[in-house]
Design a protein. Structure first.
Length: 129
């Protein structure tokens, strides 16, 4: 479904053989169990950063960034990048826009605020043209 996204081909279902991740980010995952079977081997020793906007999140991370007021995790990531003044590349813009579009139901869910709306994503829009 998302094979068109830049970087999709780099996604691994599980860590490559012989690797031992020390830091793992989980986005929009309400609990550790939703993340597949290989996550247990990672969770036993890696630092886990859990970023989500669902109030029901189980807070399974070593670091939990949970914002129930955010309409989408893409909004949270965009705000973080803005705060850090991190440059938005075309690849980042494409992925953020799709994250916002899908998690807000095409910008129609009732919790979609101007912070997650298309005009808010002007940094994305400039890169996508």
């Amino acid at each position: 479904m998302y094979t068109f996204l830049p970087g999709f081909e780099e996604i691994e279902v599980e860590p490559p053989t012989g690797t031992d991740p020390e830091l793992v980010f989980f986005f929009d995952s309400g609990n550790l169990e939703r993340s597949g079977s290989s996550v247990k081997q990672i969770a036993s020793h890696a630092t886990i950063v859990n970023i989500d906007h669902h109030p029901s999140n189980s807070r399974f991370g070593d670091i939990n960034v949970i914002d129930p007021g955010a309409a989408a995790v893409g909004q949270m990531v965009m705000e973080l990048l803005d705060h850090l003044d991190y440059p938005i590349t075309r690849t980042i813009a494409t992925n953020l826009y799709v994250a916002l579009l899908t998690d807000t139901g095409g910008f129609r869910h009732e919790n979609t605020t101007p912070k997650a709306s298309p005009p808010r994503c002007t940094r994305c829009d400039r890169r996508l043209r």
